[in-house]
Design a protein around this ligand. Structure first.
Ligand SMILES: NC(=O)c1ccc[n+]([C@@H]2O[C@H](COP(=O)([O-])OP(=O)(O)OC[C@H]3O[C@@H](n4cnc5c(N)ncnc54)[C@H](OP(=O)(O)O)[C@@H]3O)[C@@H](O)[C@H]2O)c1
Length: 368
């Protein structure tokens, strides 16, 4: 894997030296190299990531206090809208940020399609959303996002039966051991990257027909520590580090969003960091982080706030397509440590490989 490759580490060190000479620009004002208290001789993605997450400045912005402070500049009217007649699809909608988003859209009158993998958990969530909001236009679809054939089957059926204005790619996972799906795909990659890719590209034709169509992908600020790595998409070489694989997938979501924005001008794409919110995923996948941070994590609704804003507000759609957001504003996709910038050929390669996977599974899906 690139991140254990010595030439890559050397390149990182060169970048680090260079970056300390670079004056802070507006795009890097939230981050200074000294926040990354990593000595050159132990510089690695993991050290950078841990340092990044522990950084006082980052912590202040991404936790509950950061939300409360940022929300002082929010315009409440942005999300006080009636979205009756508009159709929203939320993946991973039975829990955490996805459920909080679905509930808020339901409160505003939207038709909401909940896409979940577990029927029992999904039905409980649907019941809760209908009861709390009084909105009956809540529909359930059982799809495992790590299963490309299921996504294709679902998307083909969905296109024939429904309209869609807004797709929210929220389902995500951090699996800490290298596990394979029944198709032999590494689970984090299958869910976070390939699943997001297939769900989005399969629904683009339907979105193209809709007014004010939007796609929002829930990424993570953790992606800031990763440079796109197309050489080992399924983490086959080197030691497996679930946190870094997750961060790499989340970087891939950012790159995909930028590419989709260029390719599909009639659809508004955005990708976002919810901040650190107290959800089942954080509790189970990052127990140490959770223990340290549990008193300052955002609520699920606070984590969902920017997703909701991107999904329903007129203001969000006025901004350019393809941006990365935190707390209702676009933020940089790279730290001043510029080694995370990737060459265009790597970004094209990512799309190429994902499209190959996607077509392979499409042709293997019965009835499509
Ligand atoms: N919470 C945070 O601090 C934080 C920070 C940065 C980014 N995020 C991102 O926010 C998103 C939502 O996570 P969360 O924190 O709200 O955690 P969560 O409450 O555990 O929600 C994750 C959702 O994704 C679903 N999911 C996972 N794998 C799936 C699959 N293969 N097929 C279908 N659904 C699947 C889960 O379903 P089950 O209930 O069946 O497992 C659940 O509904 C994720 O993309 C995560 O990476 C969260």
């Amino acid at each position: 894997m690139l991140n254990t490759d010595s030439s890559y580490l050397l390149a990182q060190r060169r970048e680090k030296r260079r970056s300390s000479d670079v004056p802070q620009t507006s795009s890097s004002q939230d981050w200074k190299p000294e926040h990354c208290a990593v000595r050159e001789d132990d510089l690695s993605h993991r050290a950078l990531a841990l340092s990044f997450m522990r950084s006082q400045d980052i912590r202040l912005k991404t936790t509950r206090g950061g939300y409360e402070s940022a929300s002082k500049r929010f315009n409440p009217a942005d999300v006080e809208v009636d979205v009756a007649g508009r159709s929203f699809l939320v993946t991973g909608a039975n829990s955490g940020i996805g459920k909080a988003t679905a509930k808020e859209i339901a409160r505003r009158g939207g038709t909401v399609h909940l896409v979940c993998r577990n029927k029992e958990r999904a039905e409980i969530a649907k019941e809760e959303i209908v009861t709390e909001t009084g909105n009956q236009n809540i529909f359930l679809h059982i799809v495992d996002i790590s299963n490309p054939k299921e996504i294709w089957k679902f998307a083909e059926k969905f296109q024939n039966e429904h309209k869609l204005n807004v797709l929210i790619n929220n389902a995500g996972c951090m699996v800490n051991n290298r596990e394979l799906t029944e198709d032999g795909l590494e689970k984090n990659f299958a869910t976070n990257t390939l699943g997001t890719y297939i769900m989005t590209t399969a629904l683009v034709p339907l979105l193209e027909k809709a007014a004010d169509a939007r796609v929002i992908t829930v990424s993570s600020g953790g992606m800031l520590v990763q440079k796109l790595n197309v050489s080992d998409l399924q983490s086959e070489s080197g030691p497996f580090d679930g946190t870094m694989v997750y961060a790499q997938n989340k970087r891939q979501q950012v790159v995909l969003t930028e590419q989709w924005a260029k390719a599909h001008r009639n659809i508004h794409f955005s990708v976002m960091h919810p901040g650190w919110a107290d959800t089942p995923a954080v509790r189970s996948a990052m127990p140490d982080f959770y223990e340290r941070m549990k008193n300052s994590l955002r609520t699920e609704a606070q984590g969902a706030d920017t997703v909701l804003w991107l999904a329903v507000s007129a203001e969000a759609a006025k901004l350019p397509s393809g941006l990365f957001f935190q707390d209702r504003q676009p933020v940089p996709t790279h730290l001043p440590l510029a080694y995370t910038h990737s060459p265009p050929e790597d970004e094209e390669k990512l799309l190429e490989v994902l499209e190959e996977f996607s077509q392979k599974f499409k042709s293997a899906s019965p009835g499509i």
